[in-house]
Design a binder for this molecule. Structure first.
Ligand code: UT7
Length: 338
């Protein structure tokens, strides 16, 4: 494991959360009518019961914009106050312009600088860290950090190994500079990030980019859909998420015993349980909503954070541990004092 990529402690605080999940629900039973699977396998191997599917005419930026509006309302900030928008996504509306630019247009954040981050399921925590750097260096005071995905557009609905796992949705936070000495609520205490491109082939969408453009000859083999070596990915996810969580806690001067709630990436309930056991965290300190949404990649952590917030599970002063793992491979963890 490489050394933590950031040692700085900047005073950035999460001042509002929001999320948006599409209305359409796709249950395990419905999926089992179109592909050779069943509710029992999906539930016991993953913990997923259903997932949300965006409407055909609903782009990632539409979901991201709604999550952003809700986060801004919660934070009490106007669109004009937003100086930076970062969207973490692997399902952008288009190759370019960035999805963040479409969000800017849709929410009217005329004063923002906007760009996307591609770090798969770790994307939201990567984006949070980038936004912190902007705030720490004094360039910006108020930022929208969004994780949003329309993974239904990247799924091969004939591949039972992957199609049962993923779903659509969006989550957002507003972060704002806080006085470094002040005890501001929602303060991000630490973030660690890591990547290992040597393992890029284990989880990827190989086609549709410059490496393998879609042609009439290859379109049938669906290279522009998610390909994953599930077992290998599983093993790395447990190891890296655990290491990252421990490093982020150490960087914040805390231990797992101080954690009030861990919000892990929601890929598989067995991964989450394995990490929680190794951190010695009881079930009530572990947030899970993958039964309802499956794996929504970069949207997972901000959606879960917003749901935990709305459910009253985040109390002032609580230590919240966020930890993610995804394609790349990439991983990241943040500690937040609520
Ligand atoms: O978000 C980024 C990070 N992602 C992850 O961390 C995901 C990590 N991986 C996983 O969560 C798990 O590996 C999976 C859920 C993807 C797969 O679970 P598994 O326990 O590793 O199963 P497996 O891939 O080893 O497959 C076991 C069996 C196979 O059959 P055979 O070869 O034993 O006859 C599969 O063909 O289960 C079969 N299988 C299914 N059966 C019914 C695979 N998918 C399905 C399915 N329904 N949907």
């Amino acid at each position: 494991m490489p050394a933590p990529s950031n040692q700085s402690f900047c005073a950035s605080s999460i001042i509002g959360t929001g999320s948006y999940m599409p209305e359409k629900v796709l249950t395990n039973d419905e999926l089992s009518k179109t592909v050779d699977t069943n509710d029992e396998w999906i539930t016991t191997r993953t913990g997923i019961k259903e997932r949300r599917i965006a409407a055909e005419d609903q782009a990632t930026s539409d979901m991201a914009s709604e999550a952003a509006r809700r986060a801004m309302t919660a934070a009490g900030v106007a669109p004009e106050d937003i100086q930076l928008i970062i969207v973490a996504t692997v399902t952008p509306d288009m190759f370019f312009p960035s999805t963040a630019c479409f969000v800017q247009k849709k929410i009217g954040a005329v004063n923002a600088v906007c760009f996307d981050i591609s770090a798969a399921c770790s994307g939201f925590l990567y984006a949070l860290q980038v936004a912190r750097h902007f705030i720490n260096t004094g360039n910006r005071t108020t930022a929208l950090v969004i994780g949003a995905e329309k993974l239904s557009s990247l799924v091969n609905w004939k591949d039972r190994n992957t199609c049962v796992l993923f779903g659509d949705g969006a989550g957002a936070v507003v972060i704002r500079r806080a006085d470094e000495n002040a005890d501001a609520p929602g303060r991000v205490l630490s973030t660690v990030m890591g990547s290992d491109g040597n393992l890029a082939d284990l989880l990827k969408v190989p086609g549709g980019g410059s490496f393998c453009p879609i042609t009439p000859e290859n379109v049938e083999s669906r290279p522009n859909t998610i390909h994953m070596e599930g077992r290998e990915t599983f093993k790395h996810a447990v190891t890296r998420m655990l290491e990252a969580a421990q490093q982020a806690l150490e960087m914040a001067g805390l231990t797992a015993a101080d954690v009030s709630l861990v919000i892990p990436h929601q890929a598989n309930a067995r991964i989450i349980t394995a990490i929680a056991e190794r951190l010695n965290l009881p079930n009530e300190k572990v947030f899970m909503n993958l039964d309802k949404y499956g794996n929504t990649s970069a949207a997972t952590i901000p959606v879960a954070l917003d749901e935990a917030n709305k459910a009253g599970r985040l109390k002032r002063g609580d230590v919240i541990l966020l930890v993610a793992f995804g394609g790349g491979f990439t991983w990241a963890s943040s500690v937040v004092r609520w």
